[in-house]
Design a protein around this ligand. Structure first.
Ligand SMILES: Cc1cc2nc3c(=O)[nH]c(=O)nc-3n(C[C@H](O)[C@H](O)[C@H](O)COP(=O)(O)O)c2cc1C
Length: 202
């Protein structure tokens, strides 16, 4: 059976979900993995979501702790919150103690992609501050390095880094993921699928 890759996102204004579509495209391009998309459970109520003009949630299932254990590789996508993962992501991960106790995620591949409002708003620190979640579960972090030429492109603003794909949303959320950022996200999906297959001995 093909190894399973889960792409799990949290997004308020849709930027991270747009990156996720390209990540999925890349995973499918490499092929040989079974790809499923999930979202982290929301903790904000509908009144608050309306007040902050949140985008409608995508039509994908919410991740559960039991489901998480089925994955062979997991790509986590989220916007920064002061250089950290959002509380919604962390609240879900705080409920994975049972998986930790059984080492259910041990040796599985993990990667991250992200969004910030500003160019220097913490893309890399958001990824690095998430690392202990992977490390303490014994997961194998899969970065993307600098193989994609778009990551070294200085001709325009390009989000993302060696740590993972990224986009820059602007303070009012008006900037959308650029072609280069989406290409990096697709590249991340392609490369991640290769590593998951290697880890699974496929
Ligand atoms: C509480 C809070 C903290 C934030 N902290 C930062 C930050 O430190 N740096 C930054 O560039 N953007 C910050 N943002 C902006 C979000 O990262 C931005 O809205 C997000 O990247 C958009 O992605 P999305 O459309 O997928 O939700 C913050 C937003 C909130 C609500």
């Amino acid at each position: 059976m093909a190894p399973k890759v889960f792409v799990i996102t949290y997004s308020v204004y849709g930027h991270v979900n747009k990156l996720a579509s390209s990540v999925v495209k890349g995973l499918q391009k490499t092929g040989g993995v079974q790809v499923s998309q999930f979202q982290f459970p929301e903790t904000l109520n509908s009144t608050i979501l309306k007040a902050i003009h949140a985008a409608p949630k995508p039509d994908i299932p919410e991740i559960t702790v039991d489901k998480l254990a089925e994955a062979d590789g997991i790509l986590f996508g989220f916007p920064t919150r002061y250089g950290n993962a959002p509380a919604q992501v962390r609240a879900f991960l705080d409920s994975t103690g049972g998986l930790f106790a059984k080492a259910s995620l041990y040796g599985k591949a993990g990667g991250v992609f992200f969004s910030t409002a500003s160019q220097h708003g913490g893309q890399e620190v958001t990824a690095s501050s998430f690392m202990s979640n992977l490390v303490h579960q014994g997961m194998v972090y899969v970065p993307i390095g600098y193989k994609s030429p778009h990551l070294s492109d200085l001709s325009e603003i390009v989000g993302g880094s060696a740590w993972g794909a990224g986009t820059i949303a602007a303070n009012d959320g008006s900037r959308q993921p650029s072609e280069k950022e989406l290409a990096i996200a697709e590249f991340q999906g392609e490369e991640f699928a290769k590593v998951v297959k290697k880890l699974a001995g496929k």
